[in-house]
Design a protein around this ligand. Structure first.
Ligand code: ADP
Ligand code: GLC
Length: 484
């Protein structure tokens, strides 16, 4: 079987992004297209879509979707991006909002309806093409119903007979779990309402539907693929995953070095490379000045943190030890948004420790790049981390990661001491262990600049390319019978 590979996703950089999923969808489809695989992406037409220079055309009007409850239609717009055809599915009442999934008051009340609609619209759009697709590849709970629709359509409709489906789990903690009442409007048949299907402790679970009914399942690092089979990391889905273990692959994400490379980063005041890293000091000075930090921090280690301010990322562990860091004159810059409580405390602490630490509570791409370049160490004390992209970027920017021994962090960082070390890893997930490891790293920074520079050099030489990862995806498709 050959044919187009269709990705269904709720985010795609540069058009939309709230985290790593957006980055992955902006890079994996182009990497496949570069190998000559016909590739398309289906994604919502958000009100806040960043279309930039892209030429967008109307591809299909008033396509009948018919779900969830009323007869409904969708308009489809299209553009070309790095060899990939990107389709934006437009339905204003669902996607013309300020955010993607939630605002301060919490998740949008109709998230189930929004993504039932979106996946039904994807199904209808692909069905309306002349040729059946080779692969339909869903990502996270938002699109996980699509493989289930195809699974149940296959025996009745020859169009789908040769299509194979994949669901990729980027974060198993988010499952799209909704009231059983919503199952009726989903368009899935009653036989899907079972313990081995979409039902989960009496609720309707989107991600579980994808796991149950996809031909292949993958997640974003080899370590996380093992972890989600256990109770500690599986968030209740370890049971069904164990039954499908032979269909589960762990494929490490890549980093898009076209966007994340200090040699050509347009956000940086100075560029640098591993041969000549002098520009990194200019980036540090420039950030220190723009954030109103004391310039004496130029001669002190500067720690960076970038990420969603959620329990997953362990920002609370960082906040616990800020007083100790400040006492020791270690600088800290945080960029993130998320839980209101964390945001507030970080802002208060920035006031209390003015000059030594600063928290930027916002979503700003420019600062994400500038913090990577300016910092000496990058903090990633995640409680779990399916892959993590920020530590890969940090390595390339010569900011040595200090991270927990979980998921993709274990798969991308070689911990000190080791002849090939690129960062620091700690085992117990608590603030004492984090502090100990930071102090170990900063002591090395202070006492042994040669060893430090060697580590920086090795870190900057790491290459987690999409070329490598996309080949593994193609291999997975081939195992399912795809022969591009
Ligand atoms: P996750 O997907 O769990 O949030 P990743 O490390 O895979 O974590 O990817 C996070 C992505 O989101 C990175 O590109 C990071 O730079 C970006 N990011 C996170 N928070 C912010 C923010 N406040 N401002 C700008 N970019 C951010
Ligand atoms: C998720 C995970 C993160 C991963 C990203 C992209 O948001 O939390 O670890 O890197 O997806 O796969």
């Amino acid at each position: 079987m050959s044919g187009t590979v269709y990705f269904a996703t709720s985010e795609m950089y540069p058009f939309s992004k709230s985290g790593g999923l957006g980055d992955v969808m902006g890079a994996l489809p182009p990497a496949l297209a570069k190998m000559g695989i016909p590739t398309a992406v289906l994604t919502p037409f958000y009100g806040r879509l960043r279309t930039g220079e892209a030429q967008i055309r109307l591809a299909m009007e008033n396509l009948h979707v018919g779900y969830p409850w009323d007869p409904t239609t969708v308009d489809v717009f299209a553009t070309e991006y790095k060899g990939v055809t990107v389709y934006f599915l437009h339905r204003g009442e669902y996607f013309d909002r300020r955010q993607y999934y939630n605002e301060y008051k919490g998740d949008y009340f109709d998230n189930a309806e929004r993504f039932i609609f979106f996946t039904r619209a994807c199904f209808a759009f692909i069905r309306a093409q002349d040729e059946p697709p080779g692969i339909v590849h869903a990502h996270d709970w938002q699109t996980a119903l699509l493989p289930a629709y195809i699974h149940f359509a296959r025996p009745k409709d020859a169009f789908w007979r040769r299509t194979r489906t994949v669901t990729t789990i980027h974060n198993i903690a988010f499952q799209g779990r909704f009231s059983s009442r919503l199952f009726r409007g989903s368009g899935l048949p009653w036989e899907a309402w079972s313990m081995d299907g979409s039902e989960f402790y009496g609720d309707f679970n989107f991600l579980k539907s994808g796991i149950a009914y996809s031909d292949g399942i993958s997640t974003v690092s080899p370590s996380y693929a093992r972890e989600i089979l256990t109770e500690r990391f599986g968030y209740g889905l370890d049971g069904i995953l164990r039954t499908r273990e032979q269909h589960l692959a762990g494929i490490l994400n890549g980093a898009d070095y076209g966007i994340w490379d200090p040699r050509e980063d347009r956000f940086l005041p100075a560029r640098y490379s591993r041969q000549d890293a002098t520009g990194k000091a200019d980036c540090k000075l420039s950030l220190i000045k723009s954030l109103g930090l004391s310039t004496h921090l130029l001669d002190r280690p500067l720690l960076g943190f970038i990420g969603r301010l959620r329990d997953q990322k362990g920002i609370d562990l960082v906040m616990d030890i800020i007083p100790e860091l400040m006492e020791r004159d270690i600088g800290l810059v945080v960029l993130g948004e998320g839980d209101l409580g964390y945001e507030r405390t970080l802002v208060e602490m920035s006031e209390a420790y003015k000059g030594k630490m600063h928290a930027v509570v916002a979503y700003t791409e420019e600062f994400a790049h500038r913090i990577q370049a300016a910092s000496d160490c990058f903090l990633m004390p995640s409680r779990y981390e399916p892959c993590g992209l920020t530590q890969m970027y940090a390595l390339r920017y010569g900011s040595l990661p200090i991270a927990t021994a979980v998921g993709g962090l274990r798969d991308t960082i070689v911990p000190h001491p080791h002849p090939k070390s690129t960062g620091f890893i700690f085992q117990e997930i608590d603030s004492r262990a984090l502090l100990r490891t930071i102090l170990e790293a900063t002591a090395l920074w202070e006492s042994n600049p040669e060893i430090w520079q060697d580590m920086v050099h090795r870190a900057m030489s790491q290459a987690f390319t999409w070329e490598k990862s996309s080949k593994q995806y193609l291999e997975l498709y081939r195992q399912l019978g795809y022969d591009a």
